[in-house]
Design a protein around this ligand. Structure first.
Ligand SMILES: [Zn+2]
Length: 136
């Protein structure tokens, strides 16, 4: 978000500073912007504006300097309060999940029972086979 620009500000390019290509709001040219320090009125010292929220960038086409604040959208936004409809949907989803878990438990129990019965039948068969052999 472009905030404001300094007319005729004296600037110095920050060595190793940021660079990006953006359409200049002043001259309309898609130019490379470079991170700059802006000189104070005395022109003796450079005021370091490079901070967490305030940075200055200079248009490579027209030389105009801008302050660039971080996008407000980047700030973490609080989740909007849930509507009763949403809460009801969530409650229903939880209920559905609970029923599905119950169903899965029942199926597992059934499968265990079938496996046990199969085993019992096999043992009976083996016993019958054994008896047959013993009878000989
Ligand atoms: Zn420009």
């Amino acid at each position: 978000m472009w905030l404001l620009f300094h007319r005729n500000a004296k600037t110095r390019t920050v060595r190793g500073g940021e660079q990006f290509v953006e359409t200049c709001p002043e001259c309309g040219v898609r130019a490379t912007f470079v991170e700059v320090e802006i000189s104070n009125k005395m022109g003796l010292f450079f005021v370091d504006l490079v901070g967490e929220t305030q940075r200055a960038y200079r248009c490579g086409a027209c030389g105009q300097t801008f302050d660039l604040k971080d996008e407000p959208d980047a700030a973490p936004r609080e989740a909007p309060p849930k509507s009763p409809k949403e809460l009801e949907r969530e409650r229903q989803a939880a209920e559905r999940a609970r029923l599905e878990a119950e169903q899965a438990r029942e199926e597992a129990a059934r499968a265990r029972k079938v496996a046990a019965e199969t085993r019992a039948v096999r043992i009976e068969d083996e016993l019958a086979e054994l008896k047959k052999r013993m009878g000989r």
